[in-house]
Write a protein that binds this ligand. Structure first.
Ligand code: FHN
Length: 394
């Protein structure tokens, strides 16, 4: 593997936490990104939405600063979703953002803001296209079209990675059908370090870097999209919504609590995975307050506890009833949110513990060690009920 790609993979894994952005003309309807399909809106009625799309409050720098304050190290944004509308200035179609009243190239502005703030930018792109006439009638023509769009995204905006989503629409003979190896080879001649994710829900292809778990922790399959166990050769990433919708949905108020989101982030790190947490911006270009508030609270928690997430590895213990654990160098981090009734934590660790402290405050904890059995004494209530991290120096 090219050393630049290897380094990009390592750096990406260390980032641990990214912002997923699902944004398009569907946000005007406020009923999620599948509204065209679910409400059987014909392209002739759907495509004119672009004439109304004018996100006058869009501010790429503000989005990037929100991501940074939330402790996110990368952004993955929909350049084109299944509706086929391009949120970037594509040379291959007129059905694009620069032909709306907004006129500006959202992705060019976001790419500049990400470079300025040292945030990695990846593009989500849907090979599935509900409106392109060739998708159903002329597969070779359509393949040239969608490959051409991915190539122009890589050339024009130099993203850290490409995140494909929609090949599950034609799952048979995946590589042969979608000509993925050909496409990956081409984009790697443009940028040898570029990372590739493909949310096809099958075993990752050799040239794919990121294996995705959608709405599930790695290794779980509660939603039925994720039947494949984590692949040791891939970087694992869970993508998750804050409520239950990817695209803006005005009626979806099922927002996970900050504590739930902090624990999901820790659980992903504990399973040696990244968390890609989604926002669905409104048609005016703003991110809804319920999501901003939760992201900012995650950022506060990470300011005190980020050492137990960023640049760590997981798989420390086979199971943890009390939370999860991560490790880095000579530190083992115990993420605790379920205190055993005995108020003691018993772990088996074949390493000599030198110190046991609360990561956020530096306060020490009482513990005993006999061989590999370590017993830690916890207070009756945790310093941080959302997730209290114990830093074991070994
Ligand atoms: O159909 C898409 C959906 O709209 C969304 O983009 C998610 C995000 O991972 N992926 C697909 C559903 O599997």
């Amino acid at each position: 593997m090219d050393k630049r790609r290897q380094q990009a993979r390592e750096n990406f894994r260390k980032m641990r936490f990214g912002m997923f952005v699902h944004w398009g003309i569907y946000s005007l309807l406020g009923r999620g990104e599948w509204v065209m399909y679910h409400e059987k809106i014909p392209p002739s009625e759907y495509k004119p939405l672009m004439e109304r799309f004018n996100p006058h409050l869009y501010d790429a720098e503000e989005w990037v600063k929100l991501a940074k304050k939330s402790g996110m190290r990368y952004i993955t944004i929909t350049a084109k979703h299944h509706d086929g509308f391009c949120m970037y200035d594509s040379e291959l179609t007129e059905y694009k953002i620069t032909n709306t009243p907004f006129k500006r190239d959202i992705m060019r502005e976001l790419a500049a803001a990400c470079r300025k703030e040292n945030i990695a930018l990846l593009f989500y792109y849907s090979p599935l296209d509900w409106q392109h006439p060739a998708y159903k009638t002329d597969w070779d023509t359509y393949t040239r079209y969608w490959h051409g769009q991915v190539i122009e995204l890589v050339r024009k905006y130099r993203p850290y990675g490409i995140w494909l989503d929609g090949c599950w629409d034609k799952p048979e003979k995946l590589d042969e059908t979608w000509k993925l190896t050909d496409l990956y080879r081409t984009i790697r001649t443009i940028n040898p370090a570029i990372l590739i994710a493909n949310n096809h829900h099958q075993k990752p292809l050799p040239d794919e870097d990121i294996q995705t778990y959608e709405q599930d922790l790695p290794g779980e399959n509660t939603v039925g999209f994720n039947p494949v166990p984590p692949d040791d050769n891939a970087i694992i990433e869970t993508c998750m919504t804050i409520n239950a919708s990817w695209g803006y949905n005005a009626n979806d108020t099922q927002h996970k609590s900050p504590a739930q989101l902090i624990r999901i982030l820790a659980e992903c790190a504990g399973r040696d995975a990244n968390l890609l947490l989604n926002v669905g911006p409104k048609p005016d270009g703003t991110i809804q307050n319920e999501h901003r508030e939760r992201l900012l609270e995650m950022g506060e928690w990470l300011r005190d506890n980020g050492a137990s997430v960023y640049s760590t590895r997981g798989k420390v213990f086979s199971s943890c009833e009390w939370g999860t654990a991560t490790r880095r160098d000579n530190h083992i981090y115990l993420h605790v949110w379920k205190v055993p009734s005995s108020n003691t934590l018993l772990i088996h660790l074949p390493l000599q513990v030198k110190t046991a402290r609360w990561l956020a405050t530096g306060g020490t904890l009482r513990y005993q060690q006999q061989g590999d059995k370590v017993t830690l004494h916890l207070p009756s209530s945790l310093p941080d009920s959302r997730n209290s991290v114990i830093d074991l120096e070994v």
